[in-house]
Design a protein around this ligand. Sequence first.
Ligand code: PLP
Length: 393
Amino acid sequence: MKKTTRVNHPPAVDLPPDNHPVVAPIYQTVKFQFDSVEETERYLRGERRGFYYLRSSNPTTRQLELLLAELQGRDDCLVTASGVGAISQALLSLTSQGDHVLCFIESYNPTRYLIRRVLGRFGVAHTLLSIEDLAGVERTLAARPTRLVVFESPTNPVTKIADIGALTRLARAAGALSVLDNTFAGFHQHGSFDVDVYLHSLTKYASGTGDVMGGAVIARSELIGAMRNDFGALGGTLDPHAAFLILRGLKTYFVRYRAQCASALAIAQRLAAHPAVARVHYPGLPTHPQHALAAEQMQDFGTIVSFDLHGGAPAARRFADTLQLFARSASLGSTESLVVTAQMMGARELDADLQRLSAITAGTIRLSIGLEDLEDLLTDLERALARPESQQR
Ligand SMILES: *Cc1c(COP(=O)(O)O)cnc(C)c1O
């Protein structure tokens, strides 16, 4: 064999059968082969197990899928290249022309865009309600056949809590599939509810370090099986190296999530007592209007703390610009703390009435609490809150 050939066919290194890596290796390969064409044909006819082409599956992405399904308490999972990829592929796969989808004002902006603008172009109708309007949900589901009820809890950014028990009961009774984007609550929460499909951005708590993107759709195997071919054809495959990084991140998921929640609660309490703050939105505070519902549904209340400043948009800008430990950036669930203002979140396509229902004000700030020392974060926040007064003097 010439060296020009050898570099393309390097020596194989096989582990002895009783010798195993402690951390599963990254299968950074698009293609797999079987020992014969006959076995390849059997695989392609679905008569044997194995791997053939990454867009269909790969041992590293499959390991992540099996782990996520178990964490969320379902049988199966499909991972995708981003959270939005999981949402768009699930929505496209689960709907057909003439279907009706129920969705909510308080949804993640790209989700609302996908349902209204993209599915709308393919003849899928929608109704947009507030997540607090259960009577409206009941009316809508009684009035027209509905394929999907797509919702989130807690919602972004003001942490409204969806009544998951009521929504899933109403959806089930009407023959609609319930689809819960569970990114804010994480993989260990809401699993006992009768939710048909869970969506997740792995970019957030799963990776934890904010350096890799991914998404997941988790459901019973019958539903995942029905979506699998469409996902292969839509093509938003997660790369094995990204899957490996997300698997690594998940090892510390529980300790990170719980430590960040503990800091979030302490920060919410401190903000609630501050004179510059008009209102704090954190489901773990007894003053949150849905604290009782949150306590029934969740063990951990999340790492997002939102609040409204008395001084409106100028005060919000000044506050966010003064912070030193919070990056002025999107996303959440990473080990570094983040801050966004209402203007940065911008649900721009909602009219004034819908904006009012969404409960976002010009002075709304959203904090994503990281793993920094709690006292350092509190000091930074108090310094930034104190600044407007000191400027007036
Ligand atoms: C971030 C986020 C997404 C999208 O995830 P990406 O990985 O950024 O594509 C979807 N839903 C919610 C609730 C999110 O916070």
